[in-house]
Design a protein around this ligand. Structure first.
Ligand code: ATP
Length: 236
């Protein structure tokens, strides 16, 4: 079995007095794509934020690439190779595509700005366009590109397909497959069960701030009761 890259055990997380994460356990092995599913408000984004040092208070155990990262600052976690592509894309609207990428790029990263332009020819054609003027699909690609040029070991993708046209969703599914084939590990938060089935090695369901189910796509397809209990129609 390949090496363990990320291990969260008994992760608890709070926003002020609201105790949102109530003992989350997640492991990601080298080269694995793990999907995190759950209803609105189940705690998916909060989990991503907890893993990347963006929650005001967390407890439990969090080890990434052999290092204890619990309570470490976000920039340090990102530097160690755990890179978040946030739900609302987090790109700078007034900076051009190229500037957005150059700002994030780190020397020695596996993907350069030129690699990102090869991967996304549509972005290459718009390199001088401000981020805010891009379509939703292009913004998503820029956001992924920005994470790649930081040199991640694990990429955390928070609902990358949300609100995008089916043809763009297909391209993103293809891209996740390509990145996986290159050995990149990913944690994907995703509403569409179809997308999860297409790309994920393993699926986790979160409900009420706890992981309530774990298995592969085939097992979930067969588990109608689990889907009814913990997912919504949007996931179908
Ligand atoms: P969605 O699909 O709607 O994004 P999610 O599974 O990502 O759902 P989270 O955003 O993690 O859900 O929210 C989990 C819980 O935390 C919800 O009850 C939400 O109201 C609460 N929450 C989220 N952000 C904050 C915040 N900044 N302050 C206080 N409570 C928050």
């Amino acid at each position: 079995m390949s090496a363990l890259l990320l291990e969260a055990k008994g992760l608890n997380g709070w926003y002020g007095k609201s105790h949102i994460l109530q003992g989350v356990d997640i492991t990601i092995r080298d080269g694995e794509l793990v999907a995190l599913l759950g209803r609105n408000g189940a705690g998916k984004t909060t989990t991503m934020r907890a893993l990347t040092g963006l929650l005001p208070r967390i407890e439990g155990s969090l080890v990434f690439d052999g290092r204890d990262i619990l309570g470490r600052p976000t920039h340090e976690i990102a530097r160690s190779g755990l890179s978040l592509v946030p739900e609302h894309r987090g790109i700078f609207g007034s900076l051009t595509v190229e500037e957005n990428l150059n700002l994030a790029a780190r020397s020695g990263a596996r993907w350069s700005v030129a690699n990102v332009f090869e991967m996304f020819p549509a972005l290459a054609g718009r390199r001088k366009t401000p981020g805010g003027k891009l379509s939703g699909g292009e913004q998503q690609m820029l956001s992924i590109g920005r994470a790649l040029v930081t040199g991640p070991k694990v990429l955390l993708l928070d609902e990358p397909t949300e609100g995008l046209a089916p043809v763009i969703v297909d391209r993103l599914v293809e891209l996740m497959g390509e990145l996986k084939a290159l050995g990149l590990s990913m944690l994907l938060v995703e509403q569409s069960l179809d997308v999860c089935m297409a790309v994920a090695d393993r699926l986790l369901i979160i409900d009420g701030g706890t992981i309530v189910w774990e298995g592969d796509g085939e097992a979930l397809a067969a588990a109608a009761d689990i889907r009814d209990r913990h997912l919504t129609l949007e996931n179908a």
